[in-house]
Write a protein that binds this ligand. Structure first.
Ligand SMILES: CC(C)(COP(=O)(O)OP(=O)(O)OC[C@H]1O[C@@H](n2cnc3c(N)ncnc32)[C@H](O)[C@@H]1OP(=O)(O)O)[C@@H](O)C(=O)NCCC(=O)NCCS
Length: 190
């Protein structure tokens, strides 16, 4: 696909519901966080691949906070949608809703954002369709996702700078600089 023939596509929401089975449990009987992360990644893949009609890879997932435990026996619905596209990248938002089968009570347990990148057969990043933004909600989601992308890029640079200074080149730092950067609590122990 080249820029001239880039199609414009609507983002169709993707929904998947799964029963939480005992093999997914951790030691306390709740669902293991890693089991949820695996499904989240599969859902994000399915959503981005379906939208772009390309093979996609996961570049990153933003912080995932498990604010509420998901229990074995609950039905969990993953609702995914492409919020933003760039040239080859897409932001996919996934909302997780757990339902108690007996009471019917539904809880929004967490949401997270994946950055997925489309690749061609040679493994190079490749163009994805432009996102058709129809409603005010679509447009607002796009803007929010674009702002998050900017933050992610800045964050990546900041983490790189910390790693360079404090993990790679820490030997070049003066004792005073290290001391000044430590917390008051630790300075008192020195
Ligand atoms: C994903 C991957 C192709 C990106 O490679 P890259 O050299 O950074 O490629 P590019 O610089 O062309 O960036 C690709 C896109 O990612 C975006 N991107 C790069 N860093 C980003 C970040 N920190 N946050 C958000 N988007 C980012 C770029 O802006 C670009 O988007 P655009 O094409 O829509 O403008 C490469 O890192 C990769 O193959 N990683 C392995 C992925 C994988 O195997 N995942 C499964 C893990 S087992």
């Amino acid at each position: 696909m080249n820029t001239a023939e880039r199609p414009i596509t609507i983002a169709e929401p993707l929904e998947m519901t799964m029963l939480m089975t005992p093999d997914m449990a951790n030691f306390s009987g709740a669902v293991h966080g890693g089991a949820i992360l695996k499904i989240l990644d599969q859902v994000a893949y399915a959503c981005a691949a379906h939208y772009s009609k390309q093979y996609v890879v996961t570049l990153s997932v933003d912080q995932v906070h498990f604010r509420e435990a998901i229990r074995v026996g609950e039905l969990v619905t993953f609702k995914a949608c492409v919020n933003y596209v760039g040239r080859s990248s897409m932001e996919v938002g996934v909302k997780v809703i757990a339902e108690n089968i007996h009471s019917g009570e539904r809880r929004h347990t967490n949401s997270c954002y994946f950055t997925m990148v489309a690749k061609d057969e040679a493994g190079r990043t490749t163009l994805v369709p432009e996102l058709k933004l129809v409603t005010q909600k679509d447009k607002a989601r796009f803007v929010a996702a674009k702002l998050r992308k900017k933050l992610r890029m800045e964050h990546e640079q900041q983490l790189k700078a910390i790693h360079e200074k404090w993990n790679t080149h820490f030997i070049d730092l003066s004792e005073d600089e290290v001391k000044a950067a430590m917390s008051d609590e630790y300075q008192a122990m020195l």
